[in-house]
Design a protein around this ligand. Structure first.
Ligand code: PHE
Length: 347
């Protein structure tokens, strides 16, 4: 039998035997027998160098062809056996080469991000951050802030009242309409000098539209000390505006009225879109109001036993949502609270 014939026979035999292997152990035995070091095929390959050139080429080609062919069949059979094993045992296939699936990482809500950013600026100016209750007594939300029962200023803040079992006393409860009640709560407990900011949720009984929602955020800020003047208020808020909105953004103060400050002001910043020239966003005025402020009313100080002849203070309160709206050109405030991840993931 020539070597070529021998290779042919070997091939037939190997393939026939391969068909009969059914598991990994049998397959390994097959591999050793037909592709191992002591296999006939390996003997032939090793003996090639002793053959005459002509035959060497022919036999070499056939033997190598057989070798690669058998190796291919081996790996196919190996896969088939594995597959069968997995199917029969129900064992899960674990492909360690697959890229891992990344877990989605949460992020801070854009409003939270703005609160953090603003707080950092005020903290660097010496303010401390405190928080207070969202369900509040009428006393703190109105009465102590110089807004008595029949005062018309109550109508400017449509109030959500809370029904509760009265304990005999007449203490109406509500969802705070602003963060200002925390001025009273803080001053009841702490003595000046005070520099405090209060971020938090507030509620108003209002119909919802693109610029109104019944729950939104404010940051209250106030400072009480000896010799605090309007100049401190303006200096603090100008500095805040420069740090938050940028060096070149102009800010403007105008008179306004709030019963718990005297004098009272509103602050507006230059519209970022039209640079003060007037556009749709700013109602063609060129300015956008961001906060109310003023000097703490002597009656408010008296209420918490701080002597207004010795101490004075300033206070301001600003809406939060408006800021990211202006910054990113968001035209509907409802987007912040509709839990649409496509919107929230942009921040
Ligand atoms: N609390 C006022 C409002 O919600 C804003 C304000 C705060 C005004 C502090 C003056 C001083 O409209």
């Amino acid at each position: 039998m020539s070597l070529i014939q021998k290779i042919e026979v070997l091939k037939e035999e190997a393939l026939e035997r391969l068909k009969q292997t059914n598991n990994a152990v049998e397959l390994n035995a097959w591999r050793i027998r037909y592709l191992g070091k002591k296999s006939q095929l390996n003997d032939i390959l090793r003996s090639l160098s002793t053959l005459p050139l002509n035959e060497r080429k022919q036999v070499g080609a056939a033997a190598n062809l057989l070798k690669t062919g058998l190796e291919e069949r081996l790996s196919k059979k190996e896969q088939a056996i594995n597959r069968k094993r997995i199917e029969s045992t129900g064992e899960e296939q674990l492909d360690v080469s697959l890229p891992g699936c990344s877990l989605p990482i949460g992020r801070l809500h854009p409003v939270t991000q703005v609160i953090d950013e603003m707080s950092k600026i005020f903290v660097s100016m010496g303010f401390q951050v405190v928080e207070g209750p969202e369900v509040e007594w009428d006393y703190y939300n109105f009465e102590a802030l110089n807004i008595p029962r029949e005062h018309p200023a109550r109508d400017t803040m449509a109030t959500l009242w809370v029904d509760y079992e009265t304990d005999g006393g007449d203490r109406p409860m509500l969802l705070r309409t602003h963060t200002s009640p925390m001025q009273i709560r803080v001053m009841e407990k702490m003595q000046p000098p005070l520099r405090v900011i209060v971020p938090g949720k507030v509620y108003r009984y209002e119909a919802t539209d693109a610029t109104h929602i019944p729950m939104f955020f404010q940051i209250e800020g106030f400072a009480v000390d000896k010799n605090i003047t309007m100049a401190h208020l303006k200096g603090t808020l100008y500095e805040f505006s420069r740090r938050f909105f940028g060096q070149d953004r102009r800010a403007r103060f105008r008179c306004d009225y709030f019963p718990f400050v005297e004098p009272g002001v509103e602050m507006a910043i230059e519209c970022a879109v039209c640079k003060g020239n007037g556009c749709r966003l700013c109602g063609s005025s060129g300015w956008i109001e961001i906060l109310g402020a003023g000097m703490v009313h002597p009656k408010v100080l008296e209420r918490v036993d701080i002597d207004p002849r010795v101490y004075s203070g300033f206070a301001f309160g600003m809406g939060i949502e408006r800021v990211p709206m202006l910054r990113y050109g968001i035209d509907d405030i409802r987007l912040f609270y509709s839990s649409d991840l496509r919107f929230l993931r942009q921040f």
